[in-house]
Design a protein around this ligand. Structure first.
Ligand code: ADP
Length: 446
């Protein structure tokens, strides 16, 4: 067998056919319907959580708000002032140390309360009573706009005593324990809703929010008639945002037919094995690791680096997802970025052919991720049947990968029903601005 044939055989499981993507869409649609159904929801893998966020903003929202953004890499506290289309924002990133991410819920919320206190002190607003919106991007069953029960942790968090609890109550209790600050949380949203609301503030066509960062998730505007579990009022607009929590798609085996050995390995070594199947095939927390495992397989087979790797390349998590973007950004035969990544990984000897192979591997994994995400968005657009929809997208993977947007558009053009127009646009600062907008509306109508 020729060497390239052997390489092709190894990577083949990552190349999915048009029929595979069609099948994925059909299965996803079925899971959406199960999540929305009263009888089927309790056992559904895709939970389709009701958010209690109704309709989109009208652009007249105003006031000063605090926002918290917790749900991945960074924890941020923000101060946002809204005045019609004018939005002013100040924010500060606080670290959440690993021992807190894996510690107790009390520790986590005490840390958050302390960060709020420090932020307010720095901004001289310590004695003001400011409404707060909490962007909490983990799967929550919401019982109201400011009552959200954490279903389970994802994305590297595992704090004891929070699953099954109302996170607003835990936050308020921590604020009380901290003392000296008067802050009331009026709304909990997740980052998908933030992205959607932030974009909808100036674009009436925006009806879908998508995150492609540490994790992946999407929300969209659904007709209340389709939400069997709706227990809110019947007033206009008879629509509500649904947080799909689509990252869990496949947890019931629906994606087993496309899973590779590498996906299984990534899952096995994660802290939430068996969970977030679709997310693990797409998002930033896992993509680099899938690439690393595949490169290691090729190296061990003698197809890369003359068979000689490095300690870094053999270390789980050491091949960062940003390397995928960097390697795929090389446009000529000099492979400047690719070589730099190899240097950072302490690969002693590499050839131009090694660069080409690494680039090919990265493109296969990112293309599968982009097409899978497109299959999900296509499923939502075909379900909504609105003639024209803007999808607000946020997250570093979408933002920084050189081809993710184009790959998604290419796939969407194949799979979206004829007559439906769509646009994917980057949504900036959704987690802060979106939370402020939802809080502003909640504050106005209370
Ligand atoms: P979060 O989703 O946690 O709010 P981000 O949107 O910044 O935050 O996403 C962080 C994820 O994006 C990480 O998993 C990281 O690996 C990935 N990432 C960071 N930089 C890049 C990049 N240049 N290209 C692709 N992925 C990236």
């Amino acid at each position: 067998m020729q060497p390239f044939e052997e390489i092709e055989n190894i990577v083949r499981p990552f190349i999915l056919s048009d029929d595979d993507y069609k099948e994925i869409m059909q299965r996803m649609r079925q899971k959406f319907d199960e999540g929305l159904g009263k009888e089927t929801n309790p056992t559904a893998s895709v939970k389709m959580f009701t958010t209690y966020v109704r309709g989109v903003p009208d652009g007249s929202e105003n006031g000063e708000f605090l926002a918290l953004d917790l749900g991945g890499t960074n924890f941020r506290v923000l101060l946002i002032s809204l005045d019609g289309q004018e939005v002013k924002m100040e924010s500060k990133i606080f670290l959440i140390p690993q021992q807190i991410m894996l510690g107790s819920g009390i520790q986590l919320f005490d840390h958050i309360a302390e960060c709020i206190f420090k932020f307010m002190k720095e901004h001289n607003i310590i004695h003001k009573k400011i409404p707060l919106g909490f962007t909490f991007s983990f799967p929550c069953k919401q019982l109201g706009l400011n009552k959200a029960i954490l279903a389970h942790w994802t994305k590297g968090f595992k704090c004891e005593g929070v699953e099954g609890e109302d996170i607003v109550r835990l936050l308020h209790e921590a604020i009380q324990r901290r003392g000296d600050i008067e802050v009331e949380c009026l709304a909990v949203i997740n980052d998908t809703v933030g992205a959607l609301m932030s974009c909808a503030h100036s674009n009436r066509k925006c009806a879908v929010g998508l995150i492609l960062g540490t994790g992946t998730n999407a929300c969209y505007i659904e007709k209340i008639d389709n939400v069997e579990l709706w227990d809110g009022d019947d007033e206009e607009p008879r629509e509500v945002m649904i947080n799909t929590e689509w990252g869990a798609f496949g947890d019931d085996g629906a994606l087993d037919f496309i899973k590779t050995d590498y996906d299984r390995k990534v899952d096995k070594t994660s802290i939430n094995a068996g969970k977030q199947t679709y997310e693990k095939m797409i998002s930033g927390m896992y993509m680099g690791e899938i690439v690393r495992l595949l490169l290691e397989k090729l190296r061990k087979g003698g197809h890369l680096f003359g068979g000689k790797g490095s300690e870094e390349m053999s270390t789980r998590g050491r091949f960062y997802t940003k390397y995928v973007s960097e390697i795929e950004s090389d446009v000529d035969e000099h492979f400047k970025n690719t070589k730099q990544v190899f240097e950072e990984l302490n690969i002693e000897k590499y050839t131009d052919e090694d660069c080409r192979i690494a680039q090919y591997v990265c493109s296969l994994i990112s293309t599968r991720a982009a097409y899978l995400a497109a299959a999900g968005i296509g499923c939502i657009l075909n379900k909504m049947q609105r003639p024209e929809v803007t999808v607000a997208v946020d997250g570093s993977l979408y933002r920084f990968h050189p081809h993710f947007h184009d790959l998604m558009v290419e796939k969407l053009n194949q799979i979206v029903d004829p007559g439906i127009k769509f646009k994917l646009t980057l949504s900036h600062d959704g987690s802060g601005k979106g939370a402020a907008i939802v809080t502003a509306v909640a504050h106005r109508i209370r």
